[in-house]
Design a protein around this ligand. Sequence first.
Ligand SMILES: *Cc1c(COP(=O)(O)O)cnc(C)c1O
Ligand SMILES: [Zn+2]
Length: 403
Amino acid sequence: MNTSHLECPKCAATYETEEIHHLCECGSPLLVRYDLDKVRETMSKEVVASRAPDLWRYRELLPVVDEANIVTMGEGMTPLLKLERLGSEIGMTNLYMKDEGIIPSGTFKARGSAVGVSRAKELGVKTLAMPTNGNAGGAWALYCAKAGIECVVVMPKDAPSIPRSECEIAGATFYLVDGLISDAGKIVAQAVKENQWYDASTLKEPYRIEGKKTMGLELAEQFGWEMPDVILYPTGGGVGIIGIYKALNELKEIGWIEGDLPRLVAVQATGCAPIVRAWEANEKESEFWDNAQTCAFGITVPKAIGDFLVLEAVYDTNGCAIAITDEETLAAEGLLASVEGAFVCPEGAACFAATQKLLADEWIKPDEKVVLLNTGCGIKYPETVESNPPLLQPGESLPKTQS
Ligand SMILES: *Cc1c(COP(=O)(O)O)cnc(C)c1O
Ligand SMILES: [Zn+2]
């Protein structure tokens, strides 16, 4: 066991890892801390390289104590693709995409649930509950099914349909709410108090972020333990970006990477951009965003409990925060599919739109090594594509094409 304690990033209070803890007394999320001297001694790049291509290859930097508790479907080590064609169209020579569409449940939420559910199992949890915009609920429902844990999910009624099917078929105890994720959150908070369920809401348990941080560990390994210049991340609750920042700092601490961290970019939608508004005002925390709405449903989070950690990651790496319209997002989704053959989710597409803007602003230089995080597959978002091809009658001949 390499974990040493749980730590509050706000007031520095510490807690035991082998007891169940949610938020700090002060209301802040807790972060898992490791004995990094021990990690440095017991983990080597060679051994990691020899292991199976999943996120458990970094088990020394993960919180599960007994491997028998690991609930896995082979998640992790997703492809890092060079976007040659799209890069050259916009004049960039080192544009990459890490594709989280190729993972169980079709989004990177599988990482958070694999580690979160494994750790819940290890702590003896029988029932857990969570609000979700869809993808987290789908992933947690599926991993809980495998773990034999009851999963209670509350989701906005306007969430995309496929995560609903995931919750349904996995046998979750499943509700819709006529409102936003913040409304679902209030209902769950009440229910966990009344029933003594394990609260698996975003950042209200410390282990989901440990799963998501493996995106940062993988990127470092896939780039040969050298850092790219910029990472763009579609930011909702912010767990992914906080996790990547945490992972890179841990790698730095054990001496596996050197130099400046990549500039981290929090990408949001103009219809819900609390982090961008806070960053533009140089604030440390965000304000609730009223009337939140965007087609990139996974990033419709009006007020994230870990907002101060997202902003810290952005400020500390000289990154930035940028908002993208749905129109720009959908245009980017079309380009990624038609030029790179990548049918990505709108959240991932927003990162490409952001890249184009930051390149135009000269915030990104054409030869910098830039990584877009595509957080999920487009197949989960059938409603973002309209398809009305011409209807043929049997025996009809096709018009000639250009080639
Ligand atoms: C949840 C989600 C996000 C946002 O992730 P956070 O880590 O909560 O910021 C982005 N994209 C997709 C597809 C998601 O499901
Ligand atoms: Zn605290």
